[in-house]
Design a protein around this ligand. Structure first.
Ligand SMILES: NC(=O)c1ccc[n+]([C@@H]2O[C@H](COP(=O)([O-])OP(=O)(O)OC[C@H]3O[C@@H](n4cnc5c(N)ncnc54)[C@H](OP(=O)(O)O)[C@@H]3O)[C@@H](O)[C@H]2O)c1
Length: 206
């Protein structure tokens, strides 16, 4: 059985938890509020941020990008040897520009630099939470775009997503996160300006 840990029990954390449960994975959700973590999806084990020991081979960071620092501080040692999925759209919501640390090209590449003993996969940032939760975007299966320098890690994440009935595409190496994060930002801008619905957004057809 695949073991998955999800940091964050918000919109994306809950949606990814639902996907992982549907895929038959053993799912742990870690949040500052353990009750909220336990309620993320039916059948998950909830745990408290900072106290919990990671159980998943795949770890999804479903947190705002600025919170990644806290995860790295508290959990870098435990994340070594695991696949870490970066879902972030690192946006300054006052300007809608990308908000990355000095010199960073993408959140995913920055994270990989901070966690050299982990394998980073970029994913879930180009799909709104609602289309992950329902598995459907405009009448077709939701397509999750993934990027990683490690084929095995990307395939392992894709297998979970596809086992839940969604689809995936391979965007290529981790540096393609630069494009995925721009794509994610534009999708948010169109949502915020009410030109596209939060239940839809960009649709990838397979
Ligand atoms: N929503 C979407 O449609 C969407 C789509 C693609 C990508 N994303 C990305 O997904 C990530 C999460 O977004 P979301 O919409 O799920 O946000 P959200 O609903 O606000 O949930 C955020 C989660 O992060 C936790 N958190 C916040 N700050 C933290 C900290 N300093 N330390 C530990 N935990 C912290 C919150 O915990 P508490 O319960 O303790 O507050 C909450 O569980 C973001 O990076 C976003 O860019 C979102």
């Amino acid at each position: 059985m695949t073991n998955i840990t999800i940091f964050g029990a918000g919109n994306i954390g809950s949606a990814v938890a639902g996907i992982a449960v549907k895929a038959g994975a053993d799912v742990q959700v870690i949040d500052r509020n353990p009750d909220k973590a336990a309620a993320a999806a039916e059948g998950v084990a909830g745990a408290k941020f900072g106290e919990a020991t990671i159980t998943g081979d795949i770890v999804v960071l479903a947190l705002p990008f600025p919170a990644y620092d806290e995860v790295i501080t508290a959990y870098a040692d435990q994340l070594a040897g695991r696949t870490v999925v970066d879902v972030a759209n690192p946006i300054d919501f006052t300007t809608f520009d990308l908000a990355l640390p000095e010199g960073a090209k993408s959140a995913a590449e920055w994270l990989a630099g901070k966690l050299p003993q982990s394998t980073v996969v970029k994913g879930f940032n180009t799909t709104f939470a609602a289309t992950l939760a329902t598995g459907v975007n405009d009448g077709a299966p939701t397509v999750v775009q993934l990027a990683s320098d490690d084929e095995d890690a990307r395939k392992a994440v894709a297998a979970v997503i596809e086992a839940a009935g969604l689809k995936t595409v391979n965007a290529g190496p981790l540096k393609r996160a630069q494009y995925l994060e721009g794509y994610g930002a534009l999708q948010i801008i169109l949502g915020v300006t009410e030109q596209t619905p939060w239940t839809g957004g960009f649709k990838v057809v397979r």
